[in-house]
Design a protein around this ligand. Structure first.
Ligand SMILES: [Zn+2]
Length: 323
């Protein structure tokens, strides 16, 4: 039961009942509700600004974790960049120099990063700078790795070429030391055994008994194996490529044929005294680009320092050659 309210009427000197009007009451209720909801809205608005909801808290945590991870990634990239920079430096200053290739300039290693803004889609966020910077560094790292890998491919090819070149150079003595009677005569002015006139001897003479094996001094193809070159008698010419040719003269017998491919150390013939020769010996010549050069400069790989010195001594002695 609702309370009945009275008021004192001073005119009639009596208490009178307060009559309530339904319309007025409703208006009051509505006013209250309006004020309450306004207050609630204001509260939610203010609270929303300063107090996070559980989801917001979770998102914020995730975001700060991501920032942390990005920073960790950046630190790791520092290390990767430092290692790569070191490899690039060695590549330019050692490997490429060794194989006579030009170093790759810095601009070329980093090329392709100007012009178009490829990171536009990353712009406009609070962390844009961090994300853009990280992507950029990673892209550069990737590009540098590709350039470095290509450089190593190139070096591999050059190394194989160099290996072929080293195998081709006429670098060993064509008669083994055990079979050698003596190194009779070297490259330089010598007295001709037939005319006794002083003339230039363009090869080295190795004295050895008839039938002593002769070995190819480098990889190559037999260019000639005949006696159609005056003075040399039965002789062999091996084309080693890269401008090198070696010649073996006064042979007793051949062990190869024309156009045959030979390897360094292959038995190609036997010592004799055919052609313009005074006694059984091997006359050996080395050509580079058509010019005859001193073969003694090529034995560095196959002789000991002592052997080389004694060979040098007898080879420089101006004596009579065997031709
Ligand atoms: Zn000679």
């Amino acid at each position: 039961m609702s309370k009945v309210k009275y008021y004192y009427d001073s005119d009639t000197l009596a208490y009178r009942k307060i009559e309530r009007k339904t319309g007025k009451t409703l208006l009051r209720v509505l006013r209250f509700l309006f004020a309450a909801s306004l207050f609630a809205l204001l509260f939610v608005f203010i609270a929303g600004r300063y107090i996070d909801s559980p989801e917001e808290k979770a998102l914020r945590r995730e975001l700060s974790n991501m920032q942390l991870q990005y920073n960790v990634l950046n630190k790791k990239m520092n290390e990767a960049e430092a290692v790569l920079a070191n490899v690039e430096k060695r590549d330019n200053n050692i490997y490429r120099v060794y194989f006579e290739a030009n170093p790759i300039p810095e601009e070329q290693r980093l090329a392709g990063f100007g012009g178009v803004n490829r990171y536009k889609k990353l712009e406009g966020y609070d962390n844009s700078k961090l994300i853009k910077n990280t992507s950029q560094r990673l892209d550069q790292l990737q590009k540098r790795i590709v350039v470095q890998s290509k450089s190593l491919d190139e070096i591999k090819i050059m190394a194989e070429d160099k290996e072929k070149l080293l195998a081709a150079i006429p670098a060993i003595q064509p008669v083994s030391n055990e079979e050698l009677t003596r190194m009779a005569s070297g490259y330089g002015y010598r007295s001709d055994p037939f005319t006794k006139v002083r003339k230039f001897h363009y090869g080295m003479d190795f004295t050895a008994p008839r039938g002593t094996p002769i070995y190819a001094s480098g990889d190559g193809i037999v260019e000639r194996a005949d006696n159609k070159s005056s003075g040399y008698g039965n002789h062999i010419r091996i084309d080693h490529g890269y401008g090198y040719v070696s010649l073996y003269a006064h042979l007793y017998k051949y062990n190869i044929r024309k156009n045959q491919r030979v390897k360094r150390g292959d038995l190609i013939g036997f010592v004799g005294s055919t052609g313009r020769s005074e006694a059984p010996h091997l006359h050996y010549e080395v050509f580079k680009d058509g010019e005859r050069i001193n073969p003694i400069n090529f034995y560095y790989g196959s002789l000991s320092a002592e052997e080389f010195n004694s060979m040098l001594e007898s080879a420089t002695l101006e004596n009579e050659s065997l031709d």
